[in-house]
Each structure stands twice: as C-alpha cells, then as structure tokens.
Design a protein around this ligand. Structure first.
Ligand code: SF4
Length: 262
C-alpha cells in the first residue's frame, strides 16, 4: 500500500527558498504586465480593476488613516464599501489618528475595517516599557507594524496602498502595479500630487486629519513623527535625524527596503 505523504514534509518542501524566489519572479512579471496594460488608467479605474474585476486576485486596502488617507478610502468606498481595510494600530499612534479612523469609517460606511497590531505577550517580551523606538526603530517597527500587517495580508493575493510619488525622494518611481516577495501591490494614487489630494478632499467635503493643521503632512507613530517645515519633504518629520525613511511594510520582491533620502 503506498505511503501517504507527510503533510509537514510537504509543507517544508513547498516553502523552499527556490519556490519563494520563483514565486517572487512570477509576481514581478505579473505586476509589470498589469502596469503596462493599464498605463494611463485613472485612480478610479485602477480601483475598479482591483476591487471589481479582481485583476490581481483577492485584495485588501491598507490604510494608516493618516493625513491623506481619506481620498483613497472615499474612492474605494464608492466602489465597494465592504472592501477589507487593514489598519495597523501599533499601540504608539496619536489618539487623534484613532479618533479620525472612527470618524472616517462611520462617514464612508466602510464595513470591514480590520485593526491589527502586536499582541500583548509579544509587546511585553520585546518592548515592556514602550521605549524600543529610542534604541532600535527597525525592531520596533518590525513587531509593531510589519509582522501584524504580514499576518493580516496572508488571506489576500494583492493589496492597495495610498503611496504617492511626490511624498518623498524614495517614492519618486512608484508604478501603478508592483510586486513584493509575496503580493501584488496596487498604487492607484501614485501619480497624484498634493494639490490633487487637496482638491479631491475639498470636492467631497472630506475632513482633514486633525494634526495636519498643526504642521504634520505625514503622520505615523507619536514618538517618531515631528512637524515639517515649509519646503521640506512631506515625510521629513518621520524618524527625523535618522537614516530610516520607511517603516518596512513597503519592500521590493527581494525583501529590501528603500532607506535613502537622496
Ligand atoms: S514608527 Fe516608531 S514607535 Fe512606531 S513602530 Fe516604528 S519605531 Fe515603533
């Protein structure tokens, strides 16, 4: 009688680095083909392709409910208010951000907002007094942001991000579709300017994040976000004085993070 395959061994074989690399290459090819096919599509068209036609498969929208999040959330809610929206609550966010999330969710009628974050045991083990950010921001972002987001995105093949090219020099070449090592990423607002966002928010009477008026054009965790002066990159207040410019959730297919400000 033939022996049944050992499920644990099969899983180990399925997860070999060779398979992971080949999957990443497939995703890169798929993202490039989608990007070429839909060059020139508007933000709304890209969202329809992702949410209605599922061109990249099951998809979630990832939002920080930050300074410019309302525009993308509003666009998506017009197409599908039941879109899964993943919000990473690191436990170190400004209270204004949590209140803004609740306000937008109610206003836009979003029905599937998933607030995820580090579990208590992990937080107690890695950052019991909440000061890890002061000595190792990568480790802090790792367990507070990257790992909870990775877990939340596991059921999905693709995710929608609100990144724009104008936001920082490290973002100047964002395409509409790109690949990570594990997902297709859709960037409907990549070509939008700060003026486009402001115009859209005015046209749809969307409320601003309360900290924008206090000089925060980009809003992350309270300990790592400072106000920005006139003429600075909108993200200049994030991890100010450090080499770090991204939290680690935006990675290349090889798993590398863009860190340069030049
Ligand atoms: S932004 Fe700062 S506080 Fe937030 S997770 Fe990263 S290092 Fe920690």
């Amino acid at each position: 009688m033939p022996r049944l395959p050992d499920p644990a061994a099969a899983a180990a074989i399925a997860a070999t680095p060779v398979d992971a690399a080949s999957r990443a290459e497939d995703l890169v090819r798929e993202a490039a083909a989608l990007d070429a096919r839909h060059a020139g599509a508007t933000a709304e068209e890209l969202l329809r392709l992702a949410l209605r036609e599922r061109v990249a498969g099951d998809v979630a929208l990832v939002s920080s409910f930050g300074a410019e999040s309302a525009a993308l959330l509003h666009l998506a809610a017009q197409i599908d208010p039941a879109v899964p929206v993943v919000f990473v609550d690191t436990g170190r966010l400004f209270p204004e951000t949590l209140a803004y999330r609740d306000r937008l969710v109610a206003m836009l009628g979003l029905t599937d907002v998933r607030s995820v974050g580090p579990d208590d045991a992990t937080e107690q083990r890695l950052d019991p007094i909440g000061a890890l950010f002061a000595r190792d921001t990568d480790a802090c972002c790792g367990f507070r942001k990257v790992e909870p987001l990775d877990a939340a995105l596991k059921p999905f093949r693709a995710w929608i991000s609100g990144r724009k090219r104008y936001q920082a020099s490290s973002r100047h070449d964002i395409p509409a579709f790109e690949a990570t090592a594990t997902h297709i990423k859709v960037n409907p607002l990549a070509s939008w300017s700060m003026a486009d966002i402001a115009h859209y928010m005015r046209a749809h009477a969307l409320p601003a994040h309360p900290l924008v008026a206090q000089g925060y054009p980009s809003i992350g965790c309270a300990p790592c976000t400072s106000p920005v002066a006139e003429g600075e990159d909108p993200r200049a207040g994030r991890w100010r004085g450090q080499d770090k410019t991204e939290c680690g959730i935006h990675v290349s297919p090889a798993g590398t993070i863009t860190r340069n400000k030049a």
